[in-house]
Ligand binder design. Structure first.
Ligand SMILES: NC(=O)c1ccc[n+]([C@@H]2O[C@H](COP(=O)([O-])OP(=O)(O)OC[C@H]3O[C@@H](n4cnc5c(N)ncnc54)[C@H](O)[C@@H]3O)[C@@H](O)[C@H]2O)c1
Length: 266
């Protein structure tokens, strides 16, 4: 028996990368997990994985940047499973063509990144919160980024979306604490996912060398895996974290602890 038995968890961008890790992580401890994604093939694959886990996984094909898709998908999930206990707003894009100085970034690119990475968090929250308020309990966990805290080059829309996610986390935590709802954010460091594969491919980087170099950037000496983020979220969404809200937690192998001047001994 898992300690999430019967709980209903929604994960956006839940079919691949960090989202697939979160989907598996909650299903492994007994939850019924709805994985929302636009990748039909990956969605079918993650749903099938549920058969070997303590809980279950249902895939919903939904573009969570669109309000109607969020509304109707949350309605389908709550019709089927009764409520929603945990919402993991995980979806995020950082398209390679968006690596530009701000004055060269096409407006449509800015809009799409903000719509997927930030607006979807608001939309999903707004459709899940009434269910959580009704049961006077619920947890929302937003996947932000270390890039919400410090800056990398040439990613203005992504950086703004992640800063916005952290701010939205604090705001919702404040407004909904009285309804028994906790809201938290997780800031991943470098995590091995298809998003990172896309960058490696687009910039023609040598894969093994890339991961070796990036592992060294993290004081803990390795690159992260989706399960690292999932493990933190399974804890944060549980009653063991019942005094935590409005906070953001770095799961980054010590990346944010390191000053720009720090030398890491090998
Ligand atoms: N990978 C990292 O190193 C890293 C670091 C910090 C933060 N993050 C954040 O973690 C989250 C997950 O990133 P990832 O690396 O797993 O990305 P990924 O590209 O590997 O996976 C993202 C998933 O979201 C889905 N998706 C994309 N647009 C969607 C939409 N409109 N509606 C529904 N689903 C959609 C994709 O199909 C995919 O399954 C993002 O918010 C990202 O910004 C990632």
């Amino acid at each position: 028996m898992g300690y999430y038995d019967g709980k209903v968890v929604i994960v956006t961008g839940g079919a691949k990368g960090i989202g697939s890790g979160i989907t598996r992580g909650f299903a492994a401890v007994g939850a019924r997990v709805a994985a929302l994604d636009i990748d039909e093939e990956a969605g079918q694959a993650i749903e099938a994985e549920g058969a070997d886990l303590a809980g279950e996984i249902a895939f919903y094909n939904a573009d969570v940047a669109a309000d109607e898709a969020c509304r109707s998908t949350v309605a389908q999930i709550t019709d089927a499973w009764g409520t929603v206990d945990v919402l993991c707003n995980n979806v995020g894009i950082q398209p390679v063509p968006s690596y530009k100085l701000a004055h060269e970034l096409p407006l449509e690119m800015w809009d799409r990144i903000i719509d997927v990475n930030l607006k979807s968090f608001f939309l999903m929250a707004r459709h899940c919160l009434p269910h959580m308020m009704k049961q006077e309990k619920g947890v929302i966990i937003n996947t932000a980024s270390v890039q919400g805290l410090q800056s990398a080059g040439m990613v203005s829309a992504y950086a703004a979306s992640k800063g916005g996610a952290l701010s939205l986390t604090r705001q919702l935590a404040l407004d909904y604490a009285k309804y028994g709802i906790r809201v938290l954010a997780v800031n991943p460091g470098g995590i091995q996912t298809p998003l990172v594969d896309e960058v490696i491919e687009a910039f023609g980087l040598e894969r093994e060398q890339f991961f070796k170099d990036y592992a060294k950037l993290h004081p803990i000496g390795r690159y992260g895996q989706p399960a690292d983020i999932a493990n933190a979220m399974v804890f944060l969404a549980s009653d063991k974290a019942s005094f935590m809200t409005g906070e953001n937690v770095c799961v980054d192998g010590g990346l944010m602890a390191k000053g720009a001047w720090a030398e890491i001994e090998e």
